[in-house]
Design a protein around this ligand. Structure first.
Ligand code: IPM
Ligand code: MG
Length: 382
């Protein structure tokens, strides 16, 4: 046992040193991309695993159409990035193989389909690795149900918390397991600032700070304290603190849920509550997600690779809506507001008002590419 304890202490020392260095790096790092100033915007497309290649093909088709003038003029390049597959990642024993990461870093922005995340083992999630490597600290997830007056934007901290050392825990066989949660001052400040800036710029009057600071006293305690410090700089916005458990209840409480506007929270709570919120919107297949950093940004559906759908031989019936939402958010982020609006309008027509072609769990479901064609046709008619 003593040797386990000694090696755990050594490991903890190394992790602490590494995390302190990360916090210091964050204080220094301020390279910011201004997409308007780039001669050419390189959009990297990673098609992922499972239903990933099926839904990502549809987004690529739409991008090729919607950006055809910019692509022809050399102002935009769509670059396919191969190799972010579970087979290649296992073969190289790397969350993101080095050559793939280098290709990703040579792009300005990434559109990513879902990739397989293995349970257990030591191979880290590709999402988590990409969020860390590109320092994508804000995971922004909008959820809207207009007929119920729901218009929520979640700001999930995306580079630390329960995730940053999620594959570096300690296991003493037949005895216990230990994971770590890390909350830094700089990491908390930047996510809280992003949420309050968004609120201010978009005329929102309410930000909910969501923690479990009554139990996670050190990490969430810090998150809570810093969130309130930042909130004080935005006197026009009401900042309310809620614990994550009651907030999950609030989202299904029809009497109060529509009063919430913006949420800011540590990583894992954001992971969980945004699936709940997406379900209220119509399912995780309907929600897109933006992973924003200062230099890079990555856009993806909020769901996984849908292995059950693939195993049932129904991959072609995957719903690409979440991928289209991610595409729309990407277009908006890199400055193509009109094109993003166009795609957004087409999606509203196809999924809410007209609904001529529907992808769902039923036997009558249209295929992914039929729905993709429907969205394309709708855009063409605009
Ligand atoms: C998400 C996903 C990822 C996460 C998985 C696939 C690693 O659930 O983007 O919400 O846990 O962050
Ligand atoms: Mg999730």
């Amino acid at each position: 046992m003593q040797q386990y304890i000694d090696s755990a202490v050594e490991q903890f020392k190394a992790l602490l040193t590494e995390q302190i260095a990360r916090q210091q790096e964050m204080e220094r790092n301020n390279e910011v991309t201004d997409y308007q100033k780039l001669d050419k915007i390189i959009i990297g497309i990673c098609s992922g695993d499972g239903i990933g290649p099926i839904i990502s093909k549809e987004s690529e088709r739409i991008l090729n159409y919607i950006l055809k003038d910019e692509i022809a003029a050399g102002k935009v390049e769509l670059r396919t990035i191969e190799g972010l597959t579970i087979e290649n990642r296992i073969a190289k024993n790397k969350a993101i193989p080095d050559d793939v990461l280098a290709e990703i870093k040579a792009c300005n922005v990434i559109l990513k389909a879902p990739t397989t995340t293995l349970k257990g083992g030591t191979l880290e999630s590709a999402n988590v690795a990409m969020r860390r490597e590109l320092d994508l600290y804000a995971n922004v997830r909008p959820v809207q149900v207009p007929e119920q007056n729901i218009d929520w934007t979640f700001y999930r901290e995306n580079t630390e918390g329960e995730y940053v050392l999620g594959s570096k825990g300690i296991d003493i066989p037949d005895t216990l397991a230990f994971d770590f949660k890390v909350t830094t001052n700089a990491g908390t400040r930047r996510i809280c600032r992003a949420a309050f800036e968004f609120a201010r710029k978009n005329g929102k009057t309410n930000v909910a700070i969501v923690t479990k600071a009554n139990i996670m006293k050190k990490t969430d305690g810090k998150f809570s304290q810093i969130a309130h410090e930042i909130a004080a700089e935005y006197p026009e916005i009401t900042a309310e603190e809620w614990y994550i458990d009651i907030m999950t209840a609030n989202l299904v409480n029809e009497n109060i849920r529509s009063k919430f506007q913006v949420f800011v929270m540590p990583n894992l709570y954001g992971d969980i509550i945004t699936d709940e919120a997406a379900q209220i919107q119509g399912g995780v297949g309907t929600a897109g997600s933006a992973n924003i950093g200062d230099k890079y940004a990555m856009f993806e559906p909020i769901h996984g690779t849908a292995p059950r759908l693939i195993e049932a031989g129904r991959g072609d019936f995957a719903n690409p809506t979440s991928m289209f939402k991610a595409t729309e958010m990407m277009l908006r982020h890199i400055g193509f507001t009109d094109k993003a609006d166009k795609l957004s309008k087409a999606l509203t027509i196809c999924t809410e008002t007209e609904k001529k072609i529907v992808v769902d769990d039923s036997e009558q479901s249209a295929t992914c590419s039929e729905f993709g064609q429907y969205v394309m046709d709708t855009i063409e008619k605009m």
